[in-house]
Design a binder for this molecule. Structure first.
Ligand SMILES: NC(=O)c1ccc[n+]([C@@H]2O[C@H](COP(=O)([O-])OP(=O)(O)OC[C@H]3O[C@@H](n4cnc5c(N)ncnc54)[C@H](O)[C@@H]3O)[C@@H](O)[C@H]2O)c1
Length: 251
């Protein structure tokens, strides 16, 4: 197993990529502090993690709220003794043209997708510095690299994640803290379920590997980055996108 006795704080575990990552990390021996603003599927996840012979701590938390994020680390350390890694997966999308994007919507996307990740990186760092090791994995997006014809707040937030990841990799390397990101393409989760059929078909046609990705495709890349197999990897963004490049027009 790749993560025996490691402790992972993972955000966005109630659904999609976060949930699959929590399951995979538990199968690989990690204890999980699972964070989400929603909790309706947490109990089910706890059962799954425990069935793998591991432990699960449910941490209901809005990633925007610094005090709640600070409390997550306190709870995780109290329960498990230490934290080895933070995997920032919680996020929201937004797909309106700029003239129909309100300032409030822009701020909502930035607050969750950027400030939320900042909060977890900030409050993990003192623990990681003290133990002189740690792993941070962020979730970017192919749209943060290439842009998108389907609204600018989301790609802007994901481009910010890439900047934050690369900068923190430099800043925290002296403490042996590795910081990387995964940039998913179009992945079959609730986030994409919000798209209409026409948009989904249009996406599938433009993906060179001719299928949308599954949450597991992303979790496996995260597992690699979390494991000691990636001990010489920091400041990088791994694209997992089937070769997909976002369309320059709104489908
Ligand atoms: N699905 C895709 O095609 C795709 C593509 C590129 C990147 N991503 C990124 O992957 C990540 C996971 O997306 P997903 O597809 O699994 O979506 P999802 O909607 O299934 O999961 C997102 C999770 O984040 C949680 N969340 C939202 N706001 C929160 C908040 N304020 N505080 C705490 N938790 C909050 C939700 O409750 C949910 O459980 C996101 O960062 C997303 O931007 C997804």
């Amino acid at each position: 197993m790749l993560l025996t006795d490691k402790v992972a704080v993972i955000t966005g575990v109630n659904s999609g990529i976060g949930r699959k990552t929590a399951e995979l990390f538990a199968q690989q021996g990690a204890k999980i502090a699972g964070v989400d603003i929603r909790t309706d599927r947490m109990e089910e996840l706890k059962d799954h993690v425990e069935a793998c012979g591991s432990e699960f701590l449910a941490c209901p938390c809005d990633v925007r709220d610094a005090e709640s994020v600070k409390a997550v680390f306190k709870q995780a350390v109290k329960r498990f003794g230490h934290v080895d890694m933070v995997v920032n997966i919680a996020g929201v999308s937004s797909d309106r043209p700029i003239t129909r994007t309100t300032t409030e919507e822009f701020e909502r996307v930035m607050d969750i997708n950027v400030k939320g990740v900042f909060n977890f990186c900030k409050f993990a760092t003192p623990y990681f510095k003290k133990q002189r090791q740690g792993v941070i994995i962020n979730t970017a997006s192919v749209t943060g690299i290439y842009g998108s014809g389907m609204g600018c707040p989301y790609p802007a937030s994901k481009a910010a994640i890439i900047g934050m990841t690369k900068s923190l990799a430099f800043e925290l390397a002296p403490w042996n803290i590795r910081v990387n990101a995964v940039a998913p393409g179009v992945i079959n989760t609730e986030m994409v379920a919000a798209l209409n059929e026409k948009q989904k078909q249009s996406f599938a046609k433009t993906i060179p590997l001719k299928r949308m990705g599954e949450a597991e495709d992303i979790s496996r890349a995260m597992l690699y980055l979390a494991s000691d197999w990636a001990s010489y990897v920091t400041g990088t963004v791994i694209s997992v996108d089937g070769g997909y490049r976002p369309s320059t027009v709104n489908p």
